[in-house]
Design a protein around this ligand. Structure first.
Ligand SMILES: [Zn+2]
Ligand SMILES: [Zn+2]
Length: 364
């Protein structure tokens, strides 16, 4: 039997339940969970803000673990053999079909309707398919990646979902050497977007957000300037203009989920610049914008950014290994919780009293 924390329904207290061990089919594996995380998405799940979620669920979509059991031959995407005892991570998205219109014609695999997500669209009835659990069942088709030498589980999970999402967002932003970037929102996605923009060679990275401890952390991640939400929006925009020769920033990455941030992003970006919207994973309502002044005359590009694919996960893992000593992803973890305290971990993330809460289902 294995213990896992279950979210029975929206707003219902998290409870620990016991599950039988899955029968592994050929090509499957069982991970002993080292860490999982509490992502902003888990807060949305708790409030029932995502559609099509098969409650009860075992939350925890980004996790890292040790291979406890393998059936059949497993290799990484690089052809490396995976063995029992290896520390591995995996992409939470499973079952992308590579057969549908989204996959083959539009080539937007993150919009494949067949994809399932560990800890989000798999239910507890489907088995141990979430990270808030002593073990995680690696179904057929899940490609595990061994942690590269030097990458600790703490650094990987400190980056976690936010790092993978930010890898995609910064790719969509196409940050060029010497450019200026404003990142709106200083949660885990925004903080990693600050770090990756800086690593991409941005000359200025301006972080905008709250609360104060998260904003202060943005400086450690590579922000050259920070602007709190206590400063009126007009004043923030004036500061950004004065930092950029009166033009506005080349790139805005929105990672806050606030509708006003989209309008603010369009105010901050220069003519012909680019705005990437990555924070609106749930429907937070419409935004007011002026098509003439914000978009048409400004000649801006607005890019959506939905989910992440294997390439983002793969590169995020390598980035964490390469730059983990320079970018304090591991220090973003400010709360570590056993399975019995997943409810408290969720509350800490919701109340933003922590930057990053992680779940440690097994003694480390
Ligand atoms: Zn598909
Ligand atoms: Zn997430």
């Amino acid at each position: 039997m294995h213990r896992a924390a279950v979210m029975p329904a929206p707003h219902a207290p998290i409870e620990v339940r016991e599950f039988t061990s899955p029968e592994l089919a050929d090509g499957e594996a069982l991970l002993e969970t080292t860490y999982s995380e509490v992502c902003g998405t888990d807060v949305h799940l708790y409030h029932g803000r995502l559609s099509g979620v098969p409650y009860p669920i075992i939350p925890g979509h980004v996790s890292v673990g040790r291979v406890a059991k393998l059936r059949g031959r497993h290799t990484s995407i690089d052809g490396e053999p995976i063995r029992e005892g290896d520390a591995v991570a995996f992409l939470d998205v499973h079952g992308t079909c590579h057969r549908c219109y989204a996959c083959l014609v539009a080539k937007q695999t993150t919009r494949c309707p067949h994809r399932r997500v560990y800890g989000v669209t798999y239910g507890a009835r489907d088995g141990l398919l979430g990270g808030w659990s002593e073990v995680i069942w690696m179904r057929q088709g899940v490609h595990m990646l061994p942690l590269p030498p030097g990458l600790t589980a703490e650094t990987y999970i400190g980056g976690g979902c936010g790092l993978v999402t930010a890898t995609h967002a910064v790719e969509r932003a196409d940050v060029r050497l010497g450019q200026s970037v404003a990142v709106l929102g200083v949660g885990p996605v925004g903080l990693s977007a600050v770090a990756l923009s800086s690593l991409s060679g941005a000359e200025q990275v301006i972080a905008v957000g709250s609360p104060a401890p998260r904003l202060a952390f943005a400086t450690r991640m590579g922000a050259t300037h920070t602007l709190g939400l206590d400063i009126p929006a007009e004043e923030r925009a004036a500061t950004v203009r004065s930092l950029t020769g009166g033009h506005g920033v080349d790139v805005v990455i929105e990672a806050s989920g606030s509708p006003e941030a989209v309008t603010q992003g369009l105010d901050l970006v220069r003519d012909g610049g680019r705005v990437v919207i990555a924070g609106h994973y749930t429907d937070n309502g419409p935004v007011a914008l002026n098509a003439h002044t914000h978009v048409n005359r400004k000649h801006v590009e607005i890019h959506g950014c939905w989910g992440a694919d294997y390439s983002h996960f793969y590169r995020a893992l390598r980035l964490a290994a390469r730059f983990g000593d320079r970018v304090p992803w591991a220090s973003m973890v400010s709360g570590r919780y056993p399975l019995e305290q997943c409810g408290a971990a969720l509350a800490a993330v919701q109340e933003q009293t922590t930057i990053k809460a992680i779940i440690a289902p097994n003694p480390v």
